[in-house]
Design a protein around this ligand. Structure first.
Ligand SMILES: [Zn+2]
Length: 168
């Protein structure tokens, strides 16, 4: 894994437009329109040179990019490890800073896992403005309240991956 410089404010236009049109439905129903986040695919592939954000392997020519939601859109309900259960982050489904291009081998096992160092900091719902729309500034992964969660999965756009590797 290597550091990737992504400008969280330079949202691809087609993603931004789709997110805007689908925001109220997303908030009301918690139903995610996959067509929306898939619009980020080309921009993510370009940024990552067609490599997986986690393991850096080139995608197989037979399998396309899997758009990963770093913060999972769906809840985790694991009876054996309930300490990491959460109610999901559906409102981040179209959030540019939450989308990573990954290979199938990384995407499948990661699934909806999202362990935190401090469970009491977990964000359970979006911050809304007085007009009922989302406060997008609170959806940025590198800003409060999300950064305070202290996620236990390294994010190549936020963390400095080299800090987490040690040579013996
Ligand atoms: Zn991978």
């Amino acid at each position: 894994m290597r550091k990737i410089e992504k400008d969280f404010y330079q949202i691809p236009k087609n993603l931004k437009d789709c997110a805007k049109n689908n925001e109220s439905h997303l908030l009301e129903s918690k139903e995610v329109n996959a067509d929306c986040y898939k619009k980020a695919k080309d921009d993510l592939e370009k940024l990552y040179h067609k490599k997986c954000a986690y393991c850096e392997s080139k995608y197989q020519t037979t399998s396309s990019t899997w758009i990963e939601h770093y913060r999972p859109k769906k809840a985790r309900e694991n009876k054996e490890k309930p300490e990491y259960n959460h109610s999901g982050y559906h409102w981040l489904a179209y959030e540019w800073s939450n989308l990573l291009p990954t290979c199938e081998n990384c995407n499948r096992p990661k699934s909806n896992k999202f362990p935190l160092l401090d469970e009491s900091q977990r964000v359970k719902e979006p911050t809304l403005l007085s007009d009922g729309k989302m406060d997008k500034s609170k959806n940025l992964l590198n800003e409060t309240p999300l950064k305070n969660e202290l996620a236990m999965i390294i994010n190549p756009e936020i963390d400095e991956p080299i800090d987490f590797f040690f040579l013996k």
